[in-house]
Design a protein around this ligand. Structure first.
Ligand code: NAD
Length: 270
């Protein structure tokens, strides 16, 4: 029996098998959770429905988080399917492409700023609001953040403030929902090559830099993120709320690191 046996989880943010949300779905399925999925638009419907069936789910519902009507409809439909449930995985982020190239100051626009915050941060709080009547005691809500919330990262630009807002949402939501025994946490993942990440300028450089700079000398995988997310959704994490857990091979913990070549020199000198 897996540690999520008896839990029901809504997974929001699967676009491909490289999606972080797919890594989470696989881990949660392995641990015994029953899953439902959403897809952003008709283009993704067939793909997400197919992925859902691979993990034993026949629930795939439309959800563009910029639509209030769809935000309401998805939980109305889920109520018909499930009545009550336990987890929401929010793995959604977006900023217009032109905001993710060049410098923050030069690329920021009122519209880009609004869209990034609306899709990437507000949507998490809005989902909690709509889902609240259906969430059981012991539920856990999870979102995906990035180091750009805490530090400047080249080309990440307006997504940085949007992720900072998302992380603040985690803390406010945790405070509000804690008395109902509902937990809210975020995972701050290291860089992974996904559709969304490919939109960030110089992403390859970012991946290489992260790999060289982590204590573990590797980048994270969707399996790494999926496993930690599954744990945070489970009763094993029953006293963890309002936290942002870094799943980044330790990148955020170092003040300085030497290159891989220099590692070899150090080892040779021992
Ligand atoms: P992805 O492209 O696989 O997933 C992004 C998802 O967001 C897609 O499923 C897309 O359909 C969805 N989405 C975008 N706009 C939407 C809207 N208006 N309505 C509904 N859904 C919408 O990329 P990913 O990297 O798996 O991204 C998932 C989350 O992880 C994002 O919040 C991202 O910022 C975060 N994250 C990614 C990385 C990384 O390096 N890939 C690192 C840290 C955090």
């Amino acid at each position: 029996m897996g540690f999520l046996s008896g839990k029901r989880a809504l997974i929001v943010g699967v676009a491909s098998k490289r999606s972080i949300a797919w890594g989470v779905a696989a881990a949660m399925h392995r641990e015994g959770a029953e899953l439902a999925f959403t897809y952003q638009n008709d283009k993704l419907k067939e793909r997400v429905t197919g992925f859902a069936s691979e993990v034993g789910s026949n629930i795939a519902l439309p959800l563009d988080v910029s639509s209030d009507a769809e935000l309401k409809a998805v939980f109305r439909d889920l109520e018909t399917e499930w009545g009550e449930f336990d987890n929401i995985i929010h793995a959604v982020g977006y900023a217009p492409k032109e905001c993710l190239a060049g410098t923050f100051v030069e690329s920021v626009t009122r519209e880009g700023f609004q869209i990034a915050h609306d899709i990437s941060a507000y949507s998490f709080a809005a989902m909690a609001r709509e889902a609240l009547p259906m969430l059981r005691s012991g539920s856990a809500l999870l979102t995906m953040s990035y180091l750009g919330a805490e530090r400047s990262i080249p080309n990440y630009n307006v997504m940085g403030p949007a992720k900072a807002s998302l992380e603040a949402c985690v803390r406010f939501m945790a405070a509000d929902l804690g008395p109902r025994n509902i937990r809210v946490n975020g995972v701050s993942a290291g860089p992974i090559k996904t559709l969304a990440a490919s939109g960030v300028g110089n992403f390859r450089k970012l991946l290489a830099h992260a790999k060289a700079g982590t204590p573990l000398r590797r980048n994270v995988t969707i399996e790494d993120v999926g496993n930690v997310t599954a744990f945070l959704c489970s009763d094993l994490a029953s006293a963890i709320t309002g936290e942002i857990v870094h799943v980044d091979c330790g990148y955020s913990t170092v003040g300085m690191s030497f290159s891989v070549d220099e590692d070899e020199e150090v080892i040779a000198q021992r």
